[in-house]
Design a protein around this ligand. Structure first.
Ligand code: AMP
Ligand code: MG
Length: 273
């Protein structure tokens, strides 16, 4: 298998309707690549992302929504730093979704999400998302089962609405192992400049690991569609993760089949004095 084929195989979205067993996905996967090769290819990908983003802005017909979900220390922040570096910040909006405020809880769960959908020409990156409402909310029974169960359909309809309005949606689950999370937590505890990232409540979430895996598997079974695919990204090796995410973004943006808008009338004759 060539490097190209290896990388492509691993960015395939989960197959529609297939039940995903996360135990079948190796978080250590590296697609037969070496770190040095992967880093070179990432640099090339970042340049390509910049070109495509500029084209998307110029054409003004498409928008891109990138959803990042993972367990704690799964690499969401780091992916934003490394991969989204390929985008011009002027056309890119990053939004994190934390514990809802009282006002947010007084509305439907998508109320706080919809205003952050990207306008035409722009990229929005969700660091956590509306999926928390069928993950943390489900695992901790923050609302009755009947309420979170209905949310898969609401999410599907919401994402279809965005897709029908010109938004390309890509959803990445950064898949780390429980052992890798332990290593990353230990680093957060050991290094003073990383202490702030450690939240004691993360230990409770870690203890619920298996429940979260089931909740993620249900998300993939119920909310994976051609217009809003999920990608299960091997997450233990950051350099491979970055390459996979950036490759998937490029593939999706190339499918947008974009063109620069035509020049203004009479532009050929203009002489700048
Ligand atoms: P962090 O990403 O470390 O800033 O943490 C954000 C926290 O907000 C995580 O513990 C999430 O599980 C939590 N969170 C995000 N969305 C929701 C939600 N809809 N309901 C409850 N907790 C949430
Ligand atoms: Mg956290």
């Amino acid at each position: 298998m060539s490097d190209q084929e290896a990388a492509e195989w691993h960015v395939s979205p989960v197959h529609l309707g297939k039940r995903v067993d996360l135990a079948d996905y190796d978080p250590d996967e590296k697609g037969g690549l070496r770190k040095s090769e992967a880093k070179m290819r990432l640099q090339a990908n970042l340049r390509r992302m910049e070109e495509l983003q500029e084209l998307m802005y110029a054409e003004g017909k498409h928008a891109l929504l990138i959803v990042l979900q993972a367990m704690d220390a799964g690499g969401k922040d780091s992916t934003i730093r490394h991969v989204m570096d390929g985008f011009n910040p002027q056309g890119c909006h990053v939004v994190g979704f934390g514990v809802p405020t009282e006002m947010e809880l007084d509305h439907d769960f998508l109320w706080r999400v919809h205003p952050h959908a990207p306008p035409k020409g722009y990229v929005s990156i969700f660091n956590r998302s509306h999926y928390e409402d069928v993950l943390v909310v489900r695992v901790n029974e923050l609302v009755p089962k009947k309420v979170w169960q209905a949310r898969y359909d609401h999410i599907n309809h919401f994402e279809k609405l965005l897709a029908d309005s010109g938004v390309t949606i890509l959803k990445f689950y950064l898949h780390i192992s429980k052992d890798e999370q332990k290593v990353r937590f230990q680093e957060r505890l050991a290094r003073a400049e990383k202490n702030w990232k450690f939240n004691p409540s993360d230990l409770k979430t870690r203890a619920q690991w298996d429940d979260y895996m089931r909740a993620f598997e249900d998300v993939f079974a119920r909310c994976n569609h051609p217009w809003a695919p999920w990608y299960v990204v091997p997450g233990n090796r950051k350099w491979y993760r970055n390459l996979v995410v950036s490759t998937a973004i490029i593939e999706a943006m190339e499918k947008m089949d974009m063109r620069y808008p035509p020049a203004a009338e009479g532009i050929e004759g203009i002489v700048i004095e």
